[in-house]
Write a protein that binds this ligand. Structure first.
Ligand SMILES: [Ca+2]
Ligand SMILES: [Ca+2]
Length: 351
């Protein structure tokens, strides 16, 4: 059962196809469409000094990221407050288990640790789809370097693990292999911006993904998983598997129209009109190449924000086994149960 990732040319979200009940299903990337655009800005001139909130002790001077004002999620979550407390996710490794990463992107290249390409069986997980590059930038784009965007965890590193091909599909076995490789090679956080139906439903039935996620958690790796974009209520998120599920919100703080929801143990994070890195070479999402930074919608975009938060917490000394609990218990206690425990509150979580 092949899942198709569609890229719409105008608005809104493209739903992933369902996984199968046969256990051999192909898993889809939870995809969204590109819509609005932003331009790649030139390096920012230095006429504006860095913000005065930077403590003199531990945070190096930086040049503002010119697209930061367009990153509504960063301001809504008040991430700079956390960064300015010298909590930046330094050296925490976030494995982006996805379509690969644009290994040459100027806002990512300095953040990469060695990865793997499970799809092609090599060690160059170059992204030919575009999705993984966007996810990676949300988690940990180079921040304060005077170009492009800021990441959620400015000090974290990105491990590119390619388990989904150009069309955004892959097998359970391949995803499991990617998770296993990441865990064996030093990942601290594993980001799974994959379809809920394609992944979590099968996790609940057992199988290689379940085994790999359990193994990751047992080894102190924090696994964060997208709720999926079917716009439906799912009640099997927990499924006894140690991963935190992420729903998507819009700028008004409401559940995004496309976002799955349904479990009080899930959390929500911004996932609409999220600006991040994109390959300039042609990919499936941007067949003519992107401008380097693009907007996407999806629980796929909300998930790496939470992975970035996990990295922030780890760098602040929170024990891996309690990271998920910390994120859940400090979420804003949503009035709307569709948001699970609510929108994440990084400042509160870091404490
Ligand atoms: Ca390759
Ligand atoms: Ca940047």
């Amino acid at each position: 059962m092949v899942a198709v990732v569609v890229v719409a040319s105008t608005a809104a979200v493209v739903l992933p196809s369902c996984g199968t009940e046969e256990g051999q299903g192909v898993t889809t990337v939870v995809e969204s469409s590109t819509t609005t655009t932003t331009t790649t800005s030139p390096p920012a001139p230095t006429q504006e000094p860095p913000t005065t909130q930077v403590p003199a002790t531990t945070v190096a001077p930086t040049t503002p990221d010119p697209l930061l004002p367009q990153q509504w999620a960063v301001s809504q979550l008040r991430l700079p407050e956390v960064w300015n407390r010298a909590v930046r996710g330094d050296d925490v490794v976030i494995a982006v288990v996805d379509t690969g990463v644009d290994l040459d992107h100027p806002d990512l290249v300095d953040k990469l640790v060695p990865g793997i390409d499970i799809v092609d069986g090599d060690d160059t997980p170059q992204d030919t789809n575009g999705h993984g590059t966007h996810v990676a930038g949300i988690a940990a784009a180079t921040t304060g370097n005077g170009i492009g965007v800021a990441g959620t965890a400015p000090g974290a590193r990105i491990m590119p693990v390619r388990v989904l091909g150009t069309d955004g599909t892959g097998t359970d076995e391949g995803i499991a292999q990617g998770i296993d490789w990441a865990v064996a090679n030093g990942a601290d956080v594993v980001n799974l911006s994959l379809g809920e139906t394609g992944v979590l439903s099968r996790i609940s039935k057992g199988g290689p993904l379940n085994t790999s996620i359990r193994n990751a958690a047992a080894q102190g790796v924090v696994v964060i998983t997208a709720a999926g974009n079917e716009g439906t209520v799912k009640r099997n998120y927990r499924a006894g598997t140690p991963t935190l599920v992420v729903n998507a919100t819009n700028p008004a703080g409401q559940l995004a129209q496309f976002s799955n929801s349904g479990d009080l143990r899930s959390v929500a994070a911004p996932g609409v009109q999220i600006l991040s890195t994109a390959p300039t070479e042609p990919t499936s999402l941007w067949p003519s190449g992107s401008r380097g930074y693009e907007l996407l919608d999806g629980t796929s975009m909300a998930t790496p924000i939470v992975s970035g938060l996990a990295a922030l917490l780890l760098s602040a000394g929170v024990q891996p086994a309690t990271v998920i609990e910390r994120i859940v218990t400090t979420a804003d206690g949503a009035a709307n149960p569709q948001l699970g425990a609510g929108v994440i509150d990084p400042s509160e979580a870091v404490g």
